[in-house]
Design a protein around this ligand. Sequence first.
Ligand code: GLN
Length: 278
Amino acid sequence: MKRETAPRLTLKLGHLYPDQLNLYGDRGNILTLRRRCQQRGIELRVVSLGIGDALAPDEYDILFIGGGQDREQEPVARDLYEVKGIGLWAAIEDDMPVLAVCGGYQLLAHYYRPAQGRDMRGLGVFDAWTIHKGGMRAPRCVGDIAISWNGGTLVGFENHGGRTYLGTARPLGKVLQGYGNNAEDHTEGAVYRNTYGTYMHGSLLPKNPHFADHLITLALRRTHGIQAEISQGESETHDAEPLPALSPLDDRLEWEAHATLLERMGLHSAASAALQTT
Ligand code: GLN
């Protein structure tokens, strides 16, 4: 039974467009963050930010935007640009940790060109763009995926028609198995400051506790100024930075799930390395 601790610290998470961008259990990411905070005596408060809601950057410590179908992304793209864009840019430039999955990720780049209809303008946080070539010319990217991240791996499930091409944006990681951004250049996701875009559903964080803790750590450092010894770096393309160390949790189940997915993809040595983490 995991020890419950009375909350000593509070973090506030803004959940963008929960009614529109809510595919493939992306809410599991929020449940994971909340649980991992709670077990360390941190209260994670979650506020939904729907279409028309203003985003006041100084009211939040971490933001999440999930994935969605093309038709749901259309109104979200307009709202992102017209209502939340300035606040979101301010948060991002102030190093707020942001996790954007799939459709949310696509709308933080320059544009998303669906198979039918007009381009959806993105915020341009990531110097990247997405083109959906249509099922006949390019099949959907669907299946389990594993990438390299921070000397280890991240695992998830992807299901997207859009193919994302990076300009100067840094990838989150290199594809070990699966499609990734575009099934061509072996990149997956994008990183700008503390904003992470990825195609990995699953949901992502329950099977990647190290990445969940990375986001929590960034939020604690930015909001509560908690500086401590180096505990983990960022992606391998970024120098390790002193981040507050979080008290370790019993993640045997999480890592077994992580390793199982790697085994399923034939990544046996990565699977045994993952099990060493517990
Ligand atoms: N509609 C977008 C695409 O097909 C995003 C899909 C998603 O969020 N899973 O690429």
